[in-house]
Design a protein around this ligand. Structure first.
Ligand code: ADE
Length: 300
C-alpha cells in the first residue's frame, strides 16, 4: 500500500508515547483529508490476512511530489498489491508553531537556511510509534556515501526503512549525529533537495524486493547485478530506416543468440565501463570471448 501518512501526531491524537502498532497509530485507514485521499494508490487492505510488505517511510516537505511519482509504474503497482507499504510524511506536520516552520538561519551566519532538527526527530519518533522501529534511517545528502547496486541490495533486505529528504543549504548536524543511520548521495552533483534522490533509491531498492518486479529473472539479469552492461536489444521491425537487426537474432538459433548476446555485453562493457570487468561474474566462455575481443582490438 502507498499512502500519504495521516497528519501530525498532535493532530491525529497518536502522540509520541503511543504504543507501537502496525496500523496508523490508531487512526485506522487513511483519513480523507484534502488531497490525501486521492493519494492512496490502489488496493483496499485485505483484512490483515496478508503478510506485511516491506515498509518504507519518506519524510519530505513536498509530499505530493514524492507521492505522485511513487503511485506510478512498478513501485506503484507493488504498493497496490501490498508487497510494499510506502508512506509519505509531510515534515511540516511535525512542527509545533502556527506557521509550520521547518528551517532556520545557520548559527555563525552565512547564506541559506538549515532544516531544523526538531521536526525531523519528531517525524521519526512518530513513525517509530505508529509503524515500529525502522532498521535504517537514511538521510539523502550530496555528501553521503555514494549509492550503488550493492547498497540497494543491502537496504532491500531490511523490512523497514525511513528516508529523510534534506533541503535548503543543509540539515542541522545533530540529525546526522544521532538520528540518521546512513547518509546517502546519488552522485557528485547537487540537486535542490533530497526528494528526487529519495525516489531514485526507493525505486532501486524496491526492484530488489521479491514480488515487486514480475519477472525475477530480469532483475537478476540487470546490468549491475551481473557486473556487466546489457547487450543491445532490438524489436520489430527487422529493418527500420535502412538499419537491419543483426541476422543472428532472427535465426531462431538459441545457442548462437546467447553467444552473440554475451559477446556484445562484454564488448559494451569493455568500451564503456572497463572498470566493471574486474568484479564481473565471468565464466570460462566469457573469459574466452573477452580474450578474443581483446586480441581483435590489438590487431585493429
Ligand atoms: N540532495 C541534493 N543533492 C543530492 C544528491 N546528489 N544525493 C542525495 N541527496 C541530495
Amino acid at each position: 500500500m502507498l499512502r500519504r501518512a495521516s497528519g501530525a501526531p498532535r493532530r491525529s491524537g497518536a502522540g509520541h508515547g503511543a504504543p507501537a502498532s502496525d496500523g496508523d497509530g490508531g487512526s485506522g485507514r487513511l483519513r480523507a483529508e484534502g488531497a490525501s485521499a486521492s493519494l492512496v494508490a490502489g488496493l483496499a487492505e485485505a483484512g490483515g490476512a496478508k503478510p506485511p510488505g516491506v515498509k518504507i517511510d519518506i519524510v519530505t516537505i513536498f509530499p505530493a511530489m514524492v507521492q505522485a511519482s511513487l503511485s506510478e509504474g512498478v513501485v506503484g503497482r507493488a504498493a497496490g498489491r501490498g508487497v510494499l507499504d510506502i508512506r509519505v510524511h509531510d515534515l511540516r506536520d511535525h512542527t509545533t508553531d502556527r506557521h509550520r516552520v521547518v528551517d532556520d538561519v545557520p548559527f555563525g551566519g552565512g547564506p541559506g537556511m538549515v532544516l531544523k532538527p526538531e521536526p525531523l526527530f519528531r517525524a521519526v519518533e512518530s513513525i517509530r510509534a505508529t509503524r515500529g522501529t525502522p532498521r535504517a534511517v537514511i538521510l539523502m545528502t550530496p555528501d553521503g556515501r555514494r549509492f550503488s547496486h550493492a547498497e540497494a541490495e543491502r537496504l532491500s533486505a531490511l523490512e523497514h526503512i525511513v528516508v529523510l529528504c534534506g533541503r535548503y543549504e543543509g540539515v542541522d548536524d545533530r540529525v546526522r549525529q544521532s538520528l540518521a543511520t546512513d547518509e546517502i548521495s546519488i552522485g557528485d552533483y547537487v540537486l535542490s533537495g533530497g526528494e528526487l534522490p529519495a525516489l531514485v533509491i526507493v525505486d532501486a531498492i524496491a526492484r530488489l524486493v521479491p514480488g515487486v518486479v514480475g519477472d525475477e529473472a530480469s532483475v537478476a539479469r540487470d546490468t549491475f547485478a551481473r557486473g556487466m552492461l546489457d547487450f543491445p536489444q532490438f524489436t520489430r521491425p527487422a529493418e527500420f530506416s535502412g538499419m537491419a537487426v543483426p541476422p543472428v537474432l532472427l535465426s531462431g538459433h538459441h545457442a548462437e543468440i546467447e553467444k552473440w548476446r554475451r559477446r556484445e555485453a562484454l564488448r559494451r562493457t569493455l568500451d564503456r565501463r572497463p572498470d566493471l570487468l574486474s568484479d564481473a561474474q565471468l565464466d570460462e566462455a566469457d573469459r574466452r570471448l573477452l580474450h578474443d575481443l581483446l586480441e581483435q582490438r590489438a590487431k585493429e
